[in-house]
Write a protein that binds this ligand. Structure first.
Ligand code: FAD
Length: 413
């Protein structure tokens, strides 16, 4: 039965690929199809991020984020070692530049300890010694933070999946999902240059890891959920190559706990360059990376969602500030000059943006943790926020457990 599978997985980002691989490891005799609408894997969030293997500094103790991240670090490092994927264990400094940040740094120190993360407090002189180009009153040093290229990680996971008998369909966009009593049916549209047209695929169980399209996939099959994906652009610059050695670690500001994102940071990339960013500005096209990209459908969806207005109202001042600095390079520069005063406008060169898939509830709550929805024959990853690239392997195992639970419930019922 050529087009019938035990498991169908939508989404060729790191979460979808890790999930397809984990399902195949758990059920080695099963037929699994991974479906991705783009011509290559990791084209969206997974291929447009900072490349950090996060240690798990910030996350609420006991949250799925904290748990997955802690486990994800070691598993990502092990995976990279096994596949000889380059990793740089450069560590990270969270730099406090004023008294308020010094107090927040103490809270972060406590949180690190609650999360079981090894951390060292540096005073001004120790910071200077470690990072002569960085200024601050003090810093937290997190040794367990590393950098990697998540595209490469995803591609290696996908090769393992295929080598073990899994099947991948690229250029294949799922346009309709229908759940039946004994199977789930997908309508797919081929989007590559050589072939076009629709076809259908059947499976016993579906897992959706659609990132920026997660809400559309739940709606496509009529699931009642309370969230919508709001796209937030994360814009970067790259430092001119003469600054590739400007820092030895990743340099992060101390985040404002009232805000959902980590703040503009200096990130050493695995190719040897250093990026500055990302900021967090409203996007008007979910998968459009150009500054002027606009989608009427995406924008209307957003404007007609009550949660968008609630969240925008709540963070209006910060949102406008983000906007101003996104368009005014000197404003953006000031954010990084706060802790790296030697940089000038000429040092900031263009670099591609990323777009975060942020799940927002109808009442305007920003969902900070992982969020799932299910039906008798499907499981949807509705929110997979940063550090989901770091955490992809434990998330995938958790998904497998949830799938097994749902299947057992189906059998019992
Ligand atoms: C700016 C930025 C910086 C970040 N930095 C870090 C970091 O340093 N470290 C870290 O751990 N995490 C980071 N993250 C978070 C991390 O990148 C994401 O959480 C993770 O990549 C999510 O993976 P995913 O597979 O869920 O989504 P995605 O990578 O977005 O993949 C979803 C896939 O689903 C496909 N798809 C959607 N709809 C359909 C359909 N109908 N049919 C077929 N295919 C479909 C899409 O084409 C896409 O390929 C960052 C994110 C951003 C945006």
């Amino acid at each position: 039965m050529k087009d019938e599978y035990d498991y169908l997985v939508i989404g060729g980002g790191i979460v979808g690929v890790a999930t397809a691989s984990a399902l195949l490891r758990r059920y080695p005799d099963s037929k699994i199809l991974l479906i991705e609408k783009e011509s290559t894997l990791a084209r969206h969030q997974t291929g447009h991020n900072s490349g950090v293997i996060h240690a798990g500094v910030y996350y609420a103790p006991g949250s799925l984020k904290a748990r997955f991240c802690k486990e994800g670090v070691q598993r990502t490092l092990d995976f990279c070692r096994q596949h000889t994927i380059p990793v740089d264990n450069c560590g990270k400094l969270l730099v406090a530049t004023n008294e308020t940040e010094m107090r927040r740094m103490q809270d972060l120190l406590t949180r690190c300890r609650e999360n079981g993360i090894e951390v060292e407090m540096l005073d001004q002189a120790q910071l200077r010694e470690r990072e002569p180009n960085i200024s601050g009153l003090g810093a937290l040093f997190v040794r367990a933070t590393s950098i990697v290229d998540y595209r490469q990680v995803t591609e290696h996971m996908a090769s393992d999946f295929t080598a073990s008998g899994g099947k991948t369909a690229l250029n294949t966009q799922v346009t309709d999902i229908t759940e039946h009593g004994d199977h789930i049916a997908l309508t797919c549209r081929l989007s590559n240059a050589t072939s076009a047209g629709s076809f259908s695929v059947k499976g016993c169980f579906l897992v959706c890891c659609g990132g920026l399209m997660a809400d559309r996939l739940t709606r496509m099959m009529g699931l009642k959920t309370d969230f919508q994906i709001i796209p937030y652009r994360g814009e970067y610059y790259r430092l001119a190559a003469r600054h590739n050695q400007i820092v030895r670690h990743l340099i992060y500001p101390i985040p404002d706990p009232a805000l959902p994102f980590l703040g503009v940071h200096l990130t050493r990339m695995i190719d040897g360059s250093v990026t500055v960013g990302p900021n967090a500005v409203q996007g008007f096209k979910r998968e459009g990376y150009g500054r002027f990209n606009f989608s009427l459908r995406d924008t209307l969806d957003m404007l007609s969602f009550p949660g968008f207005w609630q969240v925008t109202g709540k963070h209006l001042k910060t949102g406008l500030q983000e906007y101003k600095d996104a368009w005014w390079k000197a404003g953006y520069l000031e954010r990084v000059r706060k802790y790296c005063p030697g940089l000038t406008l000429d040092d900031l060169e263009p670099y591609p943006a990323g777009i975060r898939a942020q799940a927002v509830l109808k009442d305007g709550t920003l969902v900070h943790d992982f969020l799932f929805a299910d039906s008798p024959r499907s499981l949807h990853v509705c929110n997979a926020p940063s550090p989901a690239a770091t955490s992809a392997m434990p998330i995938a195992d958790y998904i497998c457990d949830k799938v097994a639970e749902i299947e057992q419930k189906n059998e019992a019922g």
